[in-house]
Design a protein around this ligand. Structure first.
Ligand code: AMP
Ligand code: GLY
Length: 430
């Protein structure tokens, strides 16, 4: 039987999913709020719809006779799109609305870790009262991270001692209007991501990746959805010690165990501290940009993972090519605070040389592809070393130019990598 896969979502992550499925024996359909030209060119059909409208997604899935659905972003998961598809008899690779709370409700996530004794949980308290939260800031001995409990696209967290002072933190708690908050111990170290394919009790992990949340070079400026990311040959990153990756995998496995019937991608974001990896957050989906590092090096067919998941079987063992990857996003100038749309995207798959191009939020017009107010496109270099992958990504960006675009050119450079290594060495010594 030829599988008919419906992909839900239209960003760079979903373009990477589409590309990883396109070479398999599959009829691919996709739906998203924006017409992603990369996905459109790979799919047999594309429907523009609001992916948080679960009825609309189910209707399209039924119209194309989908045998498997893959959910890219968190917003439809939060709305229960998996539950709705399964009510309609369509297997969906993604967690139910209830299991997706591991991402969509940070208060639930922290309590879940504490109740199930999952290692790597920082000290935390949850609050529904602004005055109590502010009092906790005053009382707490040390710096805190202030986190809205709900989804904020990675942009809601403020860290005292890093981005804000305690006074500014309290002002943020009072003025931001978030009804539910988590306040937790500020973790100091280097961040990394480990994603796992999960179904039927199997947990298959991917190599570690480092994303760059801050908008500007040198890790300055506001938090974004992620400006770019890199991975090394093998599972570790250059600043990690032996055992750090395994410890992160153990945390993911313990979480899957406690969640019972979780399926889909479980994304762990870790802070590698002097005491080992601690959990910053879990996501219930691939990371964006991290999917663009992971799927191009996945040698096992992603379709085979999906079929095994749907059939109730153990997931296949995964193999990855021996490549380092560097992914750099081009975002509109002013992103994320005051983004300016309307710049022409001058690079495409042909002109990108050895790099892969993934489209995100772009607007396809008769005379070309233009930026919107979200992340525009990413280029990914694959090579034997991070340095070579970085230079492949930069070559593609030089074709794109930087008119109306902002790019963190420092991602994946040896200078920034050395800073990460030095930072970890310093922390381990003290
Ligand atoms: P999140 O939305 O949970 O991914 O948080 C966004 C960013 O805030 C993370 O990538 C971290 O850089 C930072 N962050 C979150 N929690 C903490 C914490 N407990 N300590 C230090 N930084 C944090
Ligand atoms: N790269 C961070 C995220 O996808 O949430």
């Amino acid at each position: 039987m030829r599988e008919i896969v419906l992909l839900i979502g239209g960003g760079g992550r979903e373009h990477a999913i589409a590309r990883s499925l396109a070479d398999s024996e599959v009829d691919l359909y996709a739906c998203a709020g924006n017409r992603n030209p990369g996905i459109v060119s790979l799919a047999n059909g594309f429907e523009t719809l609001d992916t948080t409208d679960t009825d609309a997604v189910v209707e399209y899935a039924e119209a194309v006779d989908a045998t498997i659905a893959v959910v890219g972003p968190e917003a439809p998961l939060a709305e229960g799109v998996v539950d709705a598809l399964e009510m309609a008899g369509i297997y969906a690779f993604g967690p139910t609305q209830s299991d997706a709370r591991i991402e969509t409700d940070k208060a639930f996530q922290r309590r879940f870790m504490a109740e199930n004794d999952i290692p790597g949980c920082p000290d935390f308290e949850t609050f529904e009262d602004v005055d109590a939260a502010c009092a906790f800031v005053d009382e707490y001995d040390g710096d805190l991270a202030i986190k809205p409990a709900g989804l904020t696209g990675g942009k809601g967290v403020k860290v005292i001692g890093d981005q804000v002072t305690p006074e500014e933190g309290k002002e943020y708690i009072r003025n931001s209007g978030y009804g539910r908050l988590v306040l937790e111990e500020r973790l100091v170290g280097e961040e990394f991501t480990v994603q796992a394919f999960v179904a039927n009790g199997s947990v298959r992990t991917a190599p570690a990746i480092q994303d760059h949340k801050r908008a500007y070079e040198g890790d300055e400026g506001p938090n974004t959805g992620g400006m770019g990311s890199y991975s090394d040959v093998g599972t570790d990153l250059p600043f990690m010690d032996d055992g750090d990756y395994d410890r992160a995998v153990e945390i993911i496995e313990a979480t899957v165990d406690a969640l019972d019937e979780y399926k889909g991608i479980l994304y762990g974001q870790f802070m590698l501290t002097a005491d080992g990896p601690k959990v910053i957050e879990f996501n219930a989906r691939f990371g964006d940009p991290e999917a663009m590092n992971t799927l191009p090096v996945l040698e096992t067919e992603f379709l085979d993972v999906l079929i095994a998941a749907r059939n109730g079987e153990a997931l296949p063992d995964l193999s990855y090519s021996e490549h380092a990857t560097v992914c750099k996003y081009a975002v509109p100038e002013g992103y994320p605070v005051d983004p300016e749309a309307g710049a022409r995207v001058a690079v495409d798959e042909e002109s990108a040389g050895d790099a892969l191009v993934f489209y995100a939020s772009v607007d396809e017009r008769d005379d070309g592809i233009y930026t919107t107010t979200s992340r525009s496109f990413a280029v990914v270099g694959l090579a034997d070393s991070i340095a070579e992958a970085e230079s492949i990504a930069e070559d593609a960006l030089s074709v794109a130019g930087d008119e109306g675009l902002h790019i963190r050119h420092d991602i994946g450079t040896s200078k920034l990598l050395q800073r990460r290594i030095d930072h970890m060495n310093e922390l381990r010594e003290t």
